[in-house]
Design a protein around this ligand. Structure first.
Ligand code: ADP
Length: 289
């Protein structure tokens, strides 16, 4: 950690840094726990490679997620292109009712509505750009938004990355033809979404409460958020039953779940390589054969 950053943090917080300890678990950035002379603790992420607006966008996402004040979100202290500094979440153990409480809160979060599908700025899903600014014909049309800004955007990236086989191209064209049928009957107003909720993107605080981190926020269909929690698992059945009690899912969700997973599978292929190709194609075939 360089002197300039130390000075910036000291200036902003009014306190000297007394210790810097690495925190494990990040996929993209180097993470640290800072202890200050004042006794405050902060969480710092550094990224030397991505000289982009990754952290300012993460900060804006966290701020948006905090608006309904339903689930605890780390307070952002400061960010720029090379770092993000936020409140340090002291971790604790899950209580017996953790999954139920989390499911309920997640449902309440989804009751917070936006005026249109998308978000006021693009952000990142992992380290790939997530397109959020809707075209005029996408603002009120979730199906169009989801196809164009999620599936097609990832397909375009796959073309650039040389993953677009003729089968993938034909598959995406076929999905485009069928997408209104696939998502038929599920229309809802835009909900506040975490956007990338897998088990590595929530924490348990010292009171046993869930805390959300590392979001890819936008306003969209809540089924997209739930499908992501199912992609790699790690959420207990009580999470889903509690969610359903508070904000019941509509008929046909099970059928639609995989089309929402497809966005993340394409993104994973674009981030991590061809290992995800077969899963991508199996999912496409589910809806096209
Ligand atoms: P990356 O963007 O590199 O994937 P994360 O934001 O996932 O990094 O953070 C890495 C790890 O640091 C997480 O798995 C979590 O355990 C921990 N962490 C994230 N945010 C905080 C925080 N505000 N306070 C304490 N620990 C945190």
């Amino acid at each position: 950690m360089d002197l300039e950053l130390r000075q910036k943090i000291t200036q902003h917080t009014g306190s000297e840094i007394v210790s810097v300890k690495p925190v494990a678990g990040g996929c993209i950035s180097d993470a640290f726990k800072l202890e200050m002379e004042s006794g405050s603790r902060y969480f710092l992420k550094l990224n030397y490679i991505a000289n982009r607006d990754l952290f300012p966008k993460e900060a804006n996402g966290l701020i948006e997620l905090g608006k309904p004040a339903i689930i605890r979100i780390p307070k952002v202290i400061l960010s720029d292109c090379s770092f993000i500094l936020m409140e340090f979440i002291e971790s604790g153990a899950k209580t017996k009712s953790f999954a139920k409480t989390f499911g309920r809160k997640f449902a309440e979060l989804h009751k917070f509505k936006g005026r249109y599908f998308g978000f006021y700025e693009d952000n990142y899903i992992g380290s790939n750009v997530q397109r959020n600014i809707p075209g005029d014909d996408e603002k009120e049309d979730w199906v169009n938004f989801f196809f164009t800004k999620r599936l097609l955007a990832q397909y375009t990236l796959a073309e650039k990355n040389d993953f677009a086989t003729p089968d993938l191209t034909d598959g995406i064209l076929e999905i485009e033809k069928r997408i209104y049928g696939i998502l038929n009957g599920s229309a809802e107003n835009p909900c506040l979404l975490h956007g990338d909720l897998w088990s590595g993107n929530y924490m348990v605080d010292d009171k046993g409460n869930p805390v959300l981190s590392d979001p890819a926020v936008y306003y969209g269909h809540r089924e997209a958020d739930l499908a992501m929690t199912k992609l790699f698992g790690g959420f207990r059945p009580e999470f889903y039953s509690a969610y359903n009690e508070v904000y019941p899912l509509t008929d046909g969700y099970e059928y639609r779940e995989d089309i929402y997973k497809l966005y993340h599978l394409l993104n994973h292929m674009n981030l991590f390589g061809k290992g995800y190709y077969n899963q991508v194609m199996d999912t496409i075939r589910k809806y096209t054969s």
